[in-house]
Design a protein around this ligand. Structure first.
Ligand code: MGD
Ligand code: SF4
Length: 721
C-alpha cells in the first residue's frame, strides 16, 4: 500500500457473518475512517461496530513483536528465534509421538488463503487431521442440517430473498444484535411490504422480538416440539404442497432415509399444539398462528436461525425441523422463500466450511473418510498417494480433551481465543496452564486470555493490514484489499504459515509469493465440485462488490438461488422441474422425523435456573477488538446477568447487585440486571467479557452429529453476595 495522501481501499467489515462491504480510508499510512460500500448488499450501511473499526488498528494492546516464554514469563524475541522454536517443537512432537500429537485450531475469521495454507500444511505436510476451528462452536449444526437434508452444505438462498419475504420466521436468532445490517433489511421489508409478518421463536424477548408480530417465548430446549407442532398444523390444515412433496421429498428417521409420508404423519400426530405448549410453555394458539402464517398459500416464507438452534446437543435435529417446514410447503428456492442459516463469523463459510478446514473435511465438499476424495486431493496437492491420513482428526472438544490427557503435544492457535470462548473453560485453561502442550498463538492483540497462556505469541497483521478473501452467509465471496502496513513487527498469518512450512521442510506445499497465488490454486480445487467458483478470479473479485458461487466461468454472473433451474449452473437446463436437489443421489431433499429431546443438563432443585449466553450489539466475541473502541467499551462491555424480576425479587436481588452464578462446573460473579424481557426461570449473560467469563459455567456436552457444544443451555443457581 502506498504511503501518504488520502485513499479509499475496498474491503469488508471484520466482524459478523453479514459481511458488509466498506471502504477503508487511509491517510498518512494510517486507517482514519471507514465508509459503507453503497454498491454492495449493505447499501452503504454499517453498524456501530463496523463504523468504529479504525480504532482497533492502533489500540494500545496491539501485539507488536514476537514473545517467547522464558523462566515462566513471556519475553520479547526476534522472529527468527520464535519461529525456530515453533518449528523445532512441532518437529520434535511429530518425531517422538507421531503426526497425531500436533494440531491446529483456527477460526471463521481467518482469511480464506491463510486458513487454506494451514489446512494444507497440517493435513498434507505434518500429516495430521487435527485441524479444527471455532466454526465447530458456531455453525457445525447448521452444516449438519444442510448436509442431512439436502446432501450439500451452505444456504441455497440469498439476502435478496428478504426483500420478497411475506413471512420471516426467526428461530434462535437475535439478528438485531448479532447481524444488525441484515436485521435492518428485515425491518425495511416489514415496513415497506404488504402485510409482512415477523415471527420470532426465542425464550428471551430480545431486541429482534421488538419488530415481531408474534413472539413465542418458551423454555430453552423445547423448540423441537414447537417446530414439530407447526408441521402438525401445516398437515392438519391442508397447507402442504402435495405435488412438491411427491416430486422432491424423501423421508428419514435416525440416519436412514427409509420412511414414508404416512410414517411422518403418524410421527407428527402426538405433536399437537396443545401438547407442544405443555412441553414448551409457549401458547398453543401462537403455535397455530405461526404455522398458518408460514403455510398460507400464495405467500412466501423465509426462515432464519443462528446460535439458538446450532449451539445445542440437538442442533442438527433442530436445523432439520426448520427445513421440514419449507419442504412441506414447497416454500423453497423461490424469491422470498428460503431457509437461510445466518452465519456467525465473517469467513466461517468461505474459509472453514467451504475450504474444508475441519478435522473430517477436505476442501470443497470432500471428506477425509472418502478414499477417492483423499486421492483427488493428494493429486491436486501433488503429494504421494497415502499422504493424507485416512482417519478423521479430533473435533474441537475432543482435541482440547486430548490436550488435557497429554496426548496432544503441540497446538497452533490462529485468530481465535479458546481459553475464553470454549465451554466449561476452566477445565481447558487448567490443562493449558499445566503446560500439557506447547502452545503457539498468533494474535493481533496481547494479552488475551489465550495468549497469556502461550509458549510463543506471534504478532499477527490485523484486517486492513493484509489481503485475502472472506465468504459470508449467502455464499458471497469478497476481496479485502491491503490498505496499510502491519503494525510494529506484525506479519500476516499467511506469511507466518509459509515461513513455518519452509522451516519444517514443507516449503514446496506453500510456495506462493502471496495470497493471490494461493487463490489461483484454490480456484482449481473448486472446479467440478458443487462449489465451483473457478470464474472468480482475483481480478474479478477486485472489480466486484461480492460474488455468489457457484460461478464456474469468468463470464458467469454468480448464483442467487442454488438448486433452481435457470439460476444454478449445476441444474441442467432441461431438468423437468423448477428445482433439483442434486446434492443427494435420488435428487430429493429429506424431511426428517426428529423427536423433542431434552438438553444435556436440565434444571433441578440445586440448580433451578437455565443459563443462556450470547452476543450483544456493541461487542464481538471475546472482546479483544471491540473493547478497544472507547464508545463500545463504555457501552455494555461488562457482562451482567440478566434475569426476570420474578426470579430476582424472591432472592432479594436488585439491579446493580453483585451476585454469584454457579453451575456444576464453576462459578463467576456478575452484576445483576432485572429485565422484563427475560423469561422467568432463564437468565442471560453475554460472552464478551474476559474478566467475567460466562464460560466458567457453560457445559461442554456436544451434539452427537455435529460435535457442537451446547452453549445455549445449562443449569445454574444465583446467590446474592
Ligand atoms: P474472538 O474474540 O473472535 O473469539 O470465540 P473466539 O474465536 O475465541 O477471537 C478472535 C481472536 O483473533 C481475537 O483474540 C482477536 O484479537 C484475534 N485476531 C483478530 N484478527 C486477527 C488476525 O488477523 N490474525 C490473528 N492471528 N488473530 C487475530 C468465538 C466463538 O465463541 C464462537 S465462533 C462461537 S459461535 C461461540 N459462541 C459462544 C456463545 O454464544 N456463548 C458462549 N458462552 N461462548 C461462546 N463461545 C464461542
Ligand atoms: Fe460489520 Fe456485521 Fe455490523 Fe455489517 S452488520 S457492519 S458486517 S458487524
Amino acid at each position: 500500500a502506498a504511503e501518504g495522501g488520502e485513499r479509499w481501499v475496498k474491503s469488508v467489515c471484520r466482524y459478523c457473518g453479514t459481511g458488509c462491504g466498506l471502504y477503508v480510508g487511509v491517510r498518512d499510512g494510517k486507517v482514519f475512517a471507514v465508509k459503507g460500500d453503497r454498491d454492495n448488499h449493505n447499501r452503504g450501511l454499517l453498524c456501530l461496530k463496523g463504523f468504529l473499526l479504525p480504532q482497533i488498528m492502533s489500540a494500545p494492546d496491539r501485539c507488536l513483536h514476537p514473545l517467547v516464554r522464558k523462566g515462566g514469563k513471556l519475553v520479547r524475541a526476534s522472529w527468527d528465534e520464535a519461529m525456530s522454536l515453533v518449528a523445532r517443537r512441532f518437529r520434535e512432537a511429530v518425531d517422538a509421538h507421531g503426526p497425531g500429537a500436533v494440531g491446529f485450531y483456527g477460526s471463521g475469521q481467518g482469511l480464506t488463503e491463510e486458513t487454506y495454507a494451514a489446512n494444507k500444511l497440517f493435513k498434507a505436510g505434518l500429516r495430521t487431521n487435527h485441524v479444527e476451528g471455532n466454526p465447530r462452536l458456531c455453525m457445525a449444526s447448521a452444516v449438519g442440517g444442510y448436509l442431512s437434508t439436502y446432501g450439500k452444505d451452505e444456504p441455497m438462498g440469498c439476502y435478496e430473498d428478504l426483500d420478497h419475504a411475506d413471512v420471516m420466521l426467526l428461530v434462535g436468532s437475535n439478528a438485531a444484535e448479532a447481524h444488525p445490517i441484515l436485521f435492518e433489511r428485515m425491518a425495511r421489508r416489514k415496513q415497506t411490504g404488504k402485510d409482512v409478518k415477523v415471527v420470532v421463536l426465542d425464550p428471551r424477548r430480545t431486541p429482534t422480538a421488538r419488530i415481531a408480530d408474534l413472539h413465542l417465548s418458551f423454555t430453552p430446549g423445547t423448540d423441537l416440539a414447537i417446530l414439530n407442532a407447526m408441521a402438525n398444523v401445516l398437515v392438519a390444515e391442508g397447507l402442504v404442497d402435495e405435488a412438491f412433496v411427491k416430486a422432491h421429498v424423501a423421508f428419514g428417521e435416525g440416519k436412514d432415509v427409509n420412511r414414508a409420508w404416512e410414517d411422518y404423519r403418524a410421527f407428527l400426530a402426538p405433536y399437537t399444539p396443545v401438547r407442544a405448549a405443555e412441553l414448551s410453555g409457549a401458547r398453543a394458539g401462537d403455535i397455530v398462528t405461526a404455522a398458518r402464517w408460514f403455510g398460507e398459500k400464495g405467500r412466501t416464507a423465509t426462515s432464519m436461525w443462528c446460535m439458538g438452534l446450532n449451539q445445542r446437543t440437538r442442533g442438527v435435529w433442530a436445523n432439520n425441523l426448520v427445513h421440514n417446514l419449507h419442504l412441506l410447503t414447497g416454500k423453497i428456492g423461490l424469491p422470498g422463500s428460503t431457509p437461510l442459516s445466518l452465519t456467525g463469523q465473517p469467513n466461517a463459510c468461505g474459509g472453514v466450511r467451504d475450504g474444508g478446514a475441519l478435522s473430517h473435511l477436505l476442501p470443497y465438499g470432500r471428506l477425509i473418510a472418502n478414499e477417492k476424495h483423499r486421492a483427488e486431493m493428494e493429486k491436486l496437492w501433488n503429494v504421494p498417494p497415502g499422504t493424507i491420513q485416512p482417519e478423521n482428526g479430533k473435533p474441537t472438544m475432543d482435541l482440547f480433551q486430548a490436550l488435557e490427557q497429554g496426548d496432544l503435544k503441540a497446538l497452533y492457535v490462529m485468530t481465535t481465543n479458546p481459553a475464553q470462548s470454549l465451554p466449561n473453560v476452566d477445565r481447558y485453561r487448567k490443562a493449558l496452564e499445566a503446560r500439557k502442550a506447547f502452545l503457539v498463538v498468533t494474535e493481533a492483540f496481547h494479552p488475551t486470555r489465550t495468549s497469556e497462556l502461550a509458549d510463543v505469541v506471534l504478532p499477527a497483521a490485523l484486517w486492513a493490514e493484509k489481503e485475502g478473501v472472506y465468504g459470508c452467509t449467502e455464499r458471497r465471496y469478497q476481496l479485502l484489499e491491503q490498505a496499510v502496513r502491519p503494525a510494529g513487527e506484525a506479519r500476516p498469518d499467511f506469511a507466518i504459515l509459509c515461513d513455518l512450512a519452509a522451516r519444517l521442510g514443507h516449503g514446496a506445499l506453500l510456495p506462493w509469493k502471496g495470497p493471490a497465488e494461493a487463490w489461483d490454486e484454490i480456484l482449481t480445487l473448486s472446479k467440478g465440485t458443487a462449489y465451483d467458483f473457478t470464474g472468480m478470479t482475483r481480478a474479478r473479485l477486485a472489480a466486484s462488490h461480492g460474488l455468489l458461487w457457484p460461478l464456474p466461468a469468468e463470464g458467469h454472473p454468480g448464483t442467487k438461488r442454488r438448486f433452481v433451474k435457470g439460476e444454478d449452473p449445476l441444474v441442467p437446463a432441461d431438468a423437468p422441474d423448477r428445482i433439483r436437489f442434486y446434492g443427494r443421489p435420488d435428487a430429493r431433499a429429506v424431511i426428517w422425523l426428529r423427536p423433542q429431546q431434552p438438553p444435556a443438563e436440565v434444571t433441578d432443585a440445586a440448580y433451578p435456573l437455565v443459563l443462556t449466553t450470547g452476543r450483544v450489539i456493541e461487542h464481538w466475541h471475546t472482546g479483544t477488538m471491540t473493547r478497544n473502541c472507547k464508545e463500545l467499551r463504555h457501552a455494555n462491555a461488562e457482562s451482567v446477568v440478566e434475569l426476570h424480576p420474578d426470579d430476582g425479587k424472591p432472592l432479594g436481588i436488585r439491579t446493580g447487585d453483585e451476585v454469584r452464578v454457579s453451575s456444576r462446573r464453576g462459578a463467576e460473579t456478575f452484576k445483576a440486571k432485572l429485565v422484563d424481557g427475560a423469561r422467568p426461570g432463564t437468565v442471560f449473560v453475554h460472552m464478551h467479557d474476559p474478566q467475567r467469563m460466562c464460560n466458567r459455567l457453560t457445559i461442554d456436552a456436544v451434539d452427537p452429529v455435529s460435535k457442537q457444544p451446547e452453549f445455549k443451555i445449562c443449569a445454574v443457581k444465583i446467590e446474592p453476595i
